[in-house]
Design a protein around this ligand. Sequence first.
Ligand SMILES: Cc1cc2nc3c(=O)[nH]c(=O)nc-3n(C[C@H](O)[C@H](O)[C@H](O)COP(=O)(O)O)c2cc1C
Length: 395
Amino acid sequence: MAETTTDKANEALFSPYKMGKFSLSHRVVLAPMTRCRAPNGIPHQAHVEYYTQRSTSGGFLITEGTLISPTAGGFPRCPGIYNKEQVEAWKKVVDAVHAKGAIIFCQLWHVGRASHQVLQPGGAAPISSTSKPISKRWRILLPDGTHGLYPNPRPLKTFEILEVVEDYRLAALNAIEAGFDGIEIHGAHGYLIDQFLKDGINDRTDEYGGPLSNRCKFITQVVQAVVAAIGADRVGVRISPAIDHLDATDSDPLSLGLAVVQRLNKIQVDSGSRLTYLHVTQPRYTAYGQTESGRHGSEDEEAKLVRTCRRAYQGTFICSGGYTRELGIEAVAQGDADLVSYGRLFISNPDLVLRFKLKAPLNRYVRATFYTPDPVVGYTDYPFLSKSHGLVSRL
Ligand SMILES: Cc1cc2nc3c(=O)[nH]c(=O)nc-3n(C[C@H](O)[C@H](O)[C@H](O)COP(=O)(O)O)c2cc1C
């Protein structure tokens, strides 16, 4: 059969890729996405179904943000990875994904001040780098389905910061115990690590605040601790220097991005092994929450920031944020990324990989069911391409 334009364009997204020790068959990654379907913090059968639906042989999946400790949560019904019951429950998800030949990392998450007393043990204030609350521009989704204001956080005392680093380390070990191929450290989108990185939030006067080198200390310690526990080749890191989600602004996102990249490069040299990847979100998309995400600069400036981080980072680079099939092809073909993660399109298209490959039409996502509790509706009931079209996936 003659080669078509689609075949040629597909080469970029559908060429195999060696991500460290993992052999991927294509470049379309499931982005981490909180879906609020884990009552009591335990993943269940619906998770098995949701993740297997999105698994392909040689595909790469990143789980939803998964809580590293009881204080880490800021959304209702988020799964954790800090106790035995959670580890056992995740094993079922991981086994099912592996049975389909896919690779799965667990995203380790602490939301910091993006929480509320009703989500904290003993009704305590959420922890952060700062005592400043998230502004009234943002609302938190509460367990009863209403939205509230973010409360005043409690700034961590200096000695407590290493206790949180230890929580990341233990959570990473638990993830490996559950069978995950690795973990992603969520350092993006205005959550705890970003609350240390960004000078629009971090107002500390100890060695974790002030100059960029101090603001990078927490993420560096977390990555070092996790790398020492499970090996660099099972660790990915996600950052979003230019995203102002939850007031996470910085006066110089480019320098911030580069500072983190330099530290990751150094950790790779020191540990004698590459990290699995760096995952950078760019703000070229309307927000996934209730409020529109701001833009830091023009589309050109944003693209420049991501490209500069990509060039400076010595290893696999994943980009995310508003990518379509065509933009993903362009990013990989131009060398702007090795892999592209897809969020919302993957929510509504469990067989997104096949649809991209065939250039088939896509289901539209329903924002209203992103964070609802139903284990089926808006979660596992988005239709696959009809088998009556003869489009049975061999991926
Ligand atoms: C419902 C929803 C939940 C999300 N939860 C997370 C999360 O837990 N961790 C994270 O790093 N990003 C999260 N994101 C951001 C996505 O990973 C992704 O970067 C974002 O949706 C932009 O990509 P897209 O334009 O392909 O959707 C979430 C996005 C959505 C839509």
